[in-house]
Design a binder for this molecule. Sequence first.
Ligand SMILES: Nc1ccn([C@@H]2O[C@H](COP(=O)(O)OP(=O)(O)OP(=O)(O)O)[C@@H](O)[C@H]2O)c(=O)n1
Ligand SMILES: C[C@](O)(CO)[C@H](O)COP(=O)(O)O
Length: 231
Amino acid sequence: MSTTSSPDIPRVAAVIVAGGSGRRFGGPVRKQYLSIGGQPVLLRAILPFLRHPRIERVVVVLPAEDVEPPPAWLQGMGIVLAAGGAERGDSVRAGLALVADCDRVLIHDGARPFIDRDTIDRVLEAEGGAIAAVPVTDTIKQVDESGAITGTPDRARLWQAQTPQGFPCAAILHAYDRAAADGFAATDDAALFERYAGPVRVVMGSPRNLKVTRPEDVAVAEAIAAELDRG
Ligand SMILES: Nc1ccn([C@@H]2O[C@H](COP(=O)(O)OP(=O)(O)OP(=O)(O)O)[C@@H](O)[C@H]2O)c(=O)n1
Ligand SMILES: C[C@](O)(CO)[C@H](O)COP(=O)(O)O
């Protein structure tokens, strides 16, 4: 992270959340540590931020039991470690506490190993709240508890949220504080920002920006890694 600090250049940080237990993934190895194409998922997710010239601090949030000592391959990389919490939002908040002095923060899932520089740039350069997302390609159905279809939203207006999700630091911290006070939680950071801080826009993400969630995702991840590592 070789960044030039200047009063008129926004200070940018990244918070990579990898504090989850991977219930849907299962198996003996936490999915964020799983080797894909010879590299841990989390290392692949971290490196593009660590190598970005505009990002001056990278905070990685791990399961509390993995912080001291962290996995050997995480040591000596110049990253700041934090202990995660019970839910994703708790882990995000733990990471945000370590970037309060920055101007903009990009929050990224450690389970998304194939984040590309162009997507990071789009989220970083946006004003205000901005998230990586892709237009949905399947028709989405709204269903009730019995599985009966209750609606078919207009697909033209539907995008699938990814990460990174970027925000002004002070505003996202405020949103998380307000959400904690209200007992409000959501599955992504943008939902809190929309509710407590202001509008969020989508910027184009990538179909390769897969979140490793279930065992079936491994074969897809291996294929993407093979394609990307071939260069
Ligand atoms: N308490 C948590 C829960 C999730 N995450 C992180 O948030 C990202 C997206 O979460 P998800 O894919 O749901 O991971 P898990 O919560 O580990 O998976 P599951 O829901 O299947 O348990 C992952 O990088 C995960 O490590 C986190 O830092 N802290
Ligand atoms: C933040 C996110 O990756 C956007 O799609 C997603 O909401 C995370 O969900 P998870 O259940 O915590 O994996």
